[in-house]
Design a protein around this ligand. Sequence first.
Ligand code: GRF
Length: 200
Amino acid sequence: MKQVFQKKKIAIFASGAGSNAKKIIEYFNSKLTAKNKIEVALVVSNNADAGVLKIAKRNNISVLLIEKEKFFSHNSYINELKNADMDLIVLAGFLWKIPANLIKAFPEKIINIHPALLPHFGGKGMYGNRVHQAVLASGEKESGITIHVVDELYDHGKIIFQISCPVFPDDTQGTLAERIHKLEHKHYAKVIEDYLIDNN
Ligand code: GRF
C-alpha cells in the first residue's frame, strides 16, 4: 500500500538577507494543497536586524530570535523546536555552528546549502564572499552549489545535491556570487521537497 505523506513543518535558520528563505517560503506557499503538505512554519535567526525576519513577518510566519548562550548550552532550543513539531531544519545562510545536541535531536533532519562544490572551498570561516574569493583565486573553471546533511563538522555531512556552473576568466566576486545565488534560488526548495518526500 502506498504510504500516506504526513504534513511536514520546516524551520528555516538564517542570519542575513534571507533571499533563499524567501524563495523557499514562496515555493511552498504556492504548493500548499491537500496533496502537498509542506509548510515553512518557523523562521529562526540569531540576528535581530536580519532581513529574513521581515520576510517571515510579511508571510505571517512565526519567528524565533535565539541567544548565543542558550543555543550553545545543553538546551539549544530543542524544546522549542520539538514543541512546535518541526520535521526539518533548513539552514539558509545561518552563520552559527549547529551544536551536537541539536544534531542528535534532529538526526539527518538538518540540511544546509553551501555556495561552492564541496568538499572543496568549505570549512570553518568559509562563508559568503570568502568562498567566491577562494574559488576565483584557485583558478577553478567551475563552481556551483552543494546541499548536504549537517553533521558535527563544518560543511561535511552527506551530500544530497550538487550542480555546477562555469567560472569565467573575467568573473568578479560579485558576478560569481550572483550566478551562484540564481542556482540556489532555482534548486533549494525542490531539493528540500524531494528530501522530505524520500525520507517520509
Ligand atoms: C547563500 O549563498 C548560501 O549558500 C550561504 O549563505 C548565503 C545566504 O544568502 N550558506 P541569503 O541570505 O539566502 O540571500
